[in-house]
Design a protein around this ligand. Structure first.
Ligand SMILES: Cc1cc2nc3c(=O)[nH]c(=O)nc-3n(C[C@H](O)[C@H](O)[C@H](O)COP(=O)(O)OP(=O)(O)OC[C@H]3O[C@@H](n4cnc5c(N)ncnc54)[C@H](O)[C@@H]3O)c2cc1C
Length: 404
């Protein structure tokens, strides 16, 4: 038995890469990679010792927990059927069985409390031994071999017949050029607000859900918050219309020419939008005078004991104790040099926007699969979300690739 699969239901990751030929290597063990490893082993019945999830992080979904903790968000934006398990009602059943111990749902659309989603994720990974599939290592390159692929990692090479790229976007946080340091970004691993005390002032740059969540979180701690955004609050429940989760919009999308799909995704995605419960909370805080929303962009930032921000056009300036960048992710293709080299070496098809043009099965080349934003020209505007992971899982389930 390979060393990395040493317990049936293990809770720890493994430090050695497995020897011998694997069936599937999933690069990235976040929401997408973890769900797909469940689909492969539990859903498709691929032998567990032939599947490996490579991730730089020890814990499944570590990046997602980091992001959600940094924003202070209390509830998921997505609904209760979007989770890691295979059966759509798994989270609901778990909630009932645990008698609400981990928190419940809020309207509209019964969105789970983050603590419930987290407890359920832990339950699924433990029950199905998904931790035991993980090897904590960074993949640095993927090369074609006669029998599949060779994946170079920070802990040595792996041989596999198939690869799934489930890389997420954590390397692609968007830092404005005027910002002196990336760790002001709410998704930077070194980001922190723990040193701030009640009564201090914070400026949050960005007008989307993360800006709103951080603002409300800091406000609960008694801080005075200014949100600086390019636009007024844009209220949308989800980051794209729910019709994109089914045939209502996806049928036309799937029938449309591939070169038109980037524009459709851009039109469909409500970038920088905020669900109603949060816009209401922002309005309440605005009435109480503890959060204000300023439209503008930053022209200059001057740092001494605190920070002076000068806004464009209005030439208004603001003195704050901390600046928080809630500026989201860059729009470029994720995967950096690893994906760039794969495209060059294998001559992989890309759209004019630089993103992959995989087949309907999500195969970008024979045996090379994509999920998340790398699959969005097939899966549509919700590809990056948990719904996108589930849609990718359905395509893997349907794919006729043999499992041995
Ligand atoms: C604050 C926030 C809240 C969100 N809330 C929701 C929500 O409520 N509902 C919803 O549907 N979506 C939500 N999303 C969107 C989306 O579901 C998450 O961003 C989710 O984390 C995406 O999962 P992922 O697996 O693609 O990426 P990630 O969670 O980023 O995981 C990718 C993993 O791959 C690893 N990795 C990358 N490159 C390599 C490499 N070369 N070698 C080894 N490992 C590598 C990374 O370390 C990481 O662990 C939210 C996003 C954010 C930022």
């Amino acid at each position: 038995m390979p060393q990395y699969y040493c317990k049936s239901i293990a809770t720890t990751h493994h430090t050695q890469v497995p020897d011998g030929m694997l069936e599937w290597v999933v690069i990235g063990g976040g929401v997408h990679g973890t769900h797909l490893s469940h689909v492969l082993t539990t859903g498709k019945g691929v032998a567990r010792d032939r599947v490996c999830v490579l991730d730089r992080e020890a814990e499944p979904l570590a990046v997602f927990w980091q992001y959600t903790a940094a924003t202070g968000m209390t509830h998921m934006r997505s609904v209760g059927v979007h989770h890691l398990d295979l059966h759509p009602y798994s989270l609901l059943d778990f909630h009932k069985r645990s008698r609400g111990r981990h928190g419940g749902f809020i309207p509209p659309y019964d969105r789970p409390r983050l603590s419930l989603f987290r407890a359920h994720s832990r339950h699924v990974t433990e029950k199905h031994g998904l931790d035991a599939l993980r090897v904590m290592a960074a993949a640095t390159s993927v090369e074609r071999t006669p029998s599949g692929f060779r994946v170079e990692t920070s802990r040595g090479p792996l041989q596999t017949r198939r690869v799934v790229l489930a890389l997420g976007a954590s390397d692609e946080i968007a830092i404005p050029t005027w910002a002196p340091t990336p760790d002001w970004h709410v998704f930077h691993p070194a980001f922190s607000t723990t040193h701030l005390a009640a009564g201090q002032r914070v400026a949050i740059i960005g007008g989307g859900i993360s800006a709103a969540q951080v603002a409300l979180d800091l406000n609960r701690r008694g801080l005075q918050v200014s949100i600086i955004a390019r636009h007024a609050p844009r209220e949308h429940q989800f980051d794209s219309d729910a019709g994109w989760l089914g045939p209502r919009h996806m049928a036309a999308f799937a029938a449309s020419p591939l070169h038109e799909r980037r524009a459709q995704i851009d039109r469909a995605r409500h970038r920088g939008s905020i669900p109603r419960d949060l816009t209401r909370a922002l309005r309440r805080a605005a009435r109480a005078g503890t959060i204000d929303w300023l439209e503008g962009e930053i022209a200059r930032v001057t740092a001494d004991a605190s920070f002076e921000l000068e806004l464009t056009e209005s030439r208004r300036s603001l003195r704050v104790d901390q600046v928080v960048l809630a500026t989201g992710f860059a729009r470029r293709r994720p995967g950096g040099a690893l994906v760039d080299r794969l495209i060059d070496d294998l001559g992989l098809p890309c759209s004019a926007c630089g993103f992959p043009l995989p087949r309907d099965t999500l195969e970008w080349a024979p045996g090379l699969y994509v999920t998340g934003s790398l699959a969005e020209l097939r899966l549509g505007p919700s590809a990056r979300n948990i719904a996108g992971a589930r849609a990718a899982g359905e395509r893997l389930m349907q794919s006729t690739c043999n499992n041995s």
